[in-house]
Each structure stands twice: as C-alpha cells, then as structure tokens.
Design a protein around this ligand. Structure first.
Ligand code: NAD
Length: 435
C-alpha cells in the first residue's frame, strides 16, 4: 500500500519504518526540517534499538522517504496516519493544536489534488486523542476535501525502548470505524501481524487507549502506595509484587514495580487527559486523581530519602545514575530524574550524572550538572549515589569498585535493583523503595 505518515516522532517514525519494512511504500512528513534532513541521511533523531538500521535499509531500497511537504506525502497515499504530538495543556487537558494543525495540513493538501487523484482515502488517527476526535477530524477534512474518505481511530500501544519489537509484535490491533470499506483497508494493512484485531466504533477505540494507559499508571501507583506500608511493617514490596503476579488474574507482566514512579510522554499526560475529559462530562474519576498524586509524591520520597542519609546536602556531591524515564530510550519527557535533580540542586548539592544514551538531551536541561562518561567516574568522590533508571549496566556493576571510589558509601536505590544485604556488607547505608 501507499502510506503517508504525518509526524516523524517516536510513534510516526516507528510506524512508518515498520510498514515500509513490511513492503509498503511510505512517505513521512515532519515540520522540523532538521529532523527530516537527518532522516534523509538515515540518521535516527531518537534512540530506539534497531530503528536506525531499518530506516537505512528501507530508505536505500526505496520504500521509505522523508519530506517537509504535506502535499508530496499525501498525494498517492491510500492510508494517511496522523501521528503528531498531543501534549498536556497547562490545565491538564489535551492540547489539540498539533493534531488539528496536521488535520488542516492533510485536508488542504488533499483539496489541492487534481480530480484524478481524489480517490478513496483512509485517514487514521494514530495519536492518542480525546473521545470524539475522529468525528471532529471528519468534519474538518470534509470542510476542504470533497473526495471520499473515512477517519479511523487506530491507537498506538508501543513502548519506547522496545518500539520496533512492539510494532512487529503488538498484543492487539484496535481499529475504530464502522465503515466496511475502511475496515477492509485496515485489515489488509494489518494482515501480516499475528495479533488479534478488535473492530470497534471510533469512540470506543479512542477510549481503549486512555483506559489502557490509565490502568497501567494506576497499577504503578498502587504498588508504590503499598511500598510505604511495606517499609513501615518490614515487608518486601518486590516479593509482594512477585507473589501477586503469580495470580493468573493479575498476570506475570502486570505493572507492579515499586520505585521512583512513572514518567515519559504518555502516562501522566493521558491520566490528566482522561480526568479532563471526564470533567467535561461532569464525571469523576477519583482513582486517577490519586494515581497522579501518588506518582508525584514518589519523586519527592526519593529526595527525602537522600536527605535522610545525608541531612546537610548543601555543597555535598550527589551522583545520579540514569536520567531517561526508563531504560532503552533517550526520552527525558517527564522523567522522574529531572525533578529529583532539580530538587537536589535547589538544596545546594553538586550533582554528577550518567546515562548511557540520554546525556545529550540532559545537557540542554542542566548546564550546571557534571556529566561523566561512565558509571564509575560518576561516583568518584561522591557522598551519595541515587539510581533513577534501571539500565542493565547498573545491575552488573562492580559494587566493590564503587564502594572504593565514593567519598561516602550511601545509596538511594530508586529502582530497587540492588540487594540490601550485599551493599550493607560493603559498608553502604542503603535506602530503597518498600524494602
Ligand atoms: P513526538 O513529539 O515524538 O512526535 C510528533 C512529531 O510530529 C514531531 O516530530 C513533530 O515535529 C511532528 N509534527 C507536529 N505537527 C506536525 C504537522 N502539522 N505536520 C507534520 N509533522 C508534525 O510524539 P510521539 O511521542 O511520537 O507521540 C505522538 C502521539 O502518539 C501522541 O499522541 C502520543 O500520546 C501517542 N503515543 C506515544 C507513544 C510513545 O511512547 N511516545 C506511545 C503510544 C502513543
């Protein structure tokens, strides 16, 4: 099929590259020229394992191209994916600025086409959008484009850090639209995937995305709120979580890892988005208000634990391992490490930091932080170490070596990756979450 992707970000770029790899002809359009230029040279603007190789191969084989021109992208496309950003507005509601601007771009580009190119198009909302958006997009496209088209809601569930894998192995594909013609096109497009395909109406599809993210975020806040009780009672939250996950109704993959809390561009944004959507309907979702509140508190708990181990942190050196909101990505959007570092700096601490891939992005945010090239140099002379992202290389670190390098053997393990007994034997004062 011929496919256009509007927005070459985490979702658009992975989706476009993935569909090209499956043999489709894909044109990705983005408004950031620098990004498009990089992509034309087969350089991925984001860190996502396996993605750059796929971009290079599919570009070289002529199935994948990049442009800043919407008309070029949509000209021949049977399917047009809108994958632009839908961030939180200041009041927590979903900002639709980019999505409606992109909708307008699509509509105007289609309207300018000669009659011969006005064939049936499927316009897909891939971005996470409030319930009812597909109807609004339909109106906005129809205001310009007089050819035949349907708007489908096809939400995305990929996880950053595993996005390429998730594209090819989705748990499910949700296709929202009752039109048999639109369903047929989407069915053909997703035919190579082994995943179950769920056909629903547009509003249900839009809600499935919010419901999924809100549930996952709530699971994390649930275990984090229990972690405090575990600490005061002397139970181990990681073992509690393991015990829970063996219950098939809860499941092995359940999001029940206590720690510094969730971050990233989606969970908080979508929880707040759903709260705002509910408010618009005079409906209340107190469970989600609690989810967000607990998550915010979790970050400050890390700072409180630092101050417990190091009461006078002014002028002390604190090493931070991990900046990205989770391993496998360089994405710093709403990363818990950012808030923790800001609080430490505000309390007068000197911060050194290391992240295997997010350093470039972090340098722009924290000119006053000293970045080290590896975990060992980060802790040299440090009075305390905070672990904020559970990168695998931290798990296999030489504990004796870090004990020797540090000026003070203190650790706040914000991701519960170390063993308390082992570190205490090495002389560490160790604080974790719920253990
Ligand atoms: P992103 O910010 O990484 O990418 C969006 C891209 O769209 C940017 O490159 C931007 O320049 C471009 N853009 C904006 N307006 C445009 C326009 N008019 N024309 C062309 N390009 C335009 O965002 P993302 O993380 O890929 O998220 C996109 C959507 O997918 C959001 O709704 C998000 O909630 C959802 N989503 C994200 C993830 C994730 O893990 N990142 C997962 C599932 C769903």
């Amino acid at each position: 099929m011929k496919i256009a992707i509007i927005g070459a970000g985490y979702v658009g770029l992975v989706t476009g590259t993935g569909f090209a790899e499956l043999g489709n002809d894909v044109v990705c359009v983005d408004i950031i020229e620098e990004k498009v230029e990089k992509l034309r040279n087969a350089i991925s603007p984001i860190y996502e394992p396996g993605l750059e190789e796929l971009i290079a191969r599919n570009s070289a084989e002529g199935r994948l191209s990049f442009t800043v021109n919407h008309a070029d992208a949509v000209k021949d496309a049977q399917v047009i994916f809108n994958a632009v950003d839908t961030p939180s507005a200041d009041d927590g509601s979903v900002s639709m600025k980019s999505l409606y601007a992109a909708t307008q771009d699509i509509a105007k580009a289609l309207a300018k086409l000669p009659k011969s190119s006005q064939f049936y198009r499927v316009i897909v909302n891939k971005s996470t959008v409030p319930i009812g958006t597909a109807d609004e997009v339909t109106k906005r496209i129809a205001a310009h484009y007089k050819g035949e088209f349907d708007v489908v809601s096809n939400p995305e569930f990929l996880r950053e850090g595993q996005a390429v894998h998730d594209f090819f192995h989705p748990d499910r594909v949700v296709i929202g639209n009752g039109s048999p013609r639109a369903r047929e096109v989407m069915k053909t497009l997703y035919q190579p995937f082994k995943a179950p395909v769920l056909f629903v109406d547009t509003k249900t599809a839009e809600m499935i995305k919010y419901a999924s993210n809100a549930f996952l975020a709530t699971s994390i806040s649930f275990i984090n709120s229990l972690s405090e009780l575990c600490e005061s009672l002397g139970a181990d939250v990681t073992a509690v979580s393991e015990g829970m996950k063996l219950d098939k109704r809860i499941g092995k993959q359940a999001f029940l890892t206590a720690g510094a809390g969730y971050g990233g561009s989606c969970f908080s944004k979508d929880v707040n988005g759903l709260l705002s959507i509910a408010k618009g309907q005079r409906s209340h979702l107190p469970i989600l208000t609690a989810t967000e509140k607990i998550n915010k508190q979790q970050r400050q708990k890390i700072v409180a634990k630092v101050k417990k181990l190091l009461p006078n942190i002014g002028k002390k050196t604190i090493a931070v391992w991990g900046l990205a909101f989770k391993p496998g990505t360089d994405d710093l959007r709403d990363a818990p490490a950012i808030e923790v570092i800001k609080s430490l700096i505000a309390s007068g601490a000197r911060v050194t930091a290391f992240d295997p891939v997010a350093e470039g992005n972090a340098r722009k945010l924290f000119p006053q932080v000293q970045f080290a090239p590896n975990p060992y140099e980060t802790v040299e002379g440090a009075d305390l170490l905070v672990v904020m992202t559970e990168w695998d290389e931290f798990r296999s670190i030489d504990r004796k070596k870090i004990a020797k390098l540090m000026a003070g053997k203190r650790m706040v393990d914000g991701r519960n990756i170390f063993d308390r007994k082992e570190l205490e034997t090495l002389g560490f004062k160790y604080e974790a979450i719920g253990r």
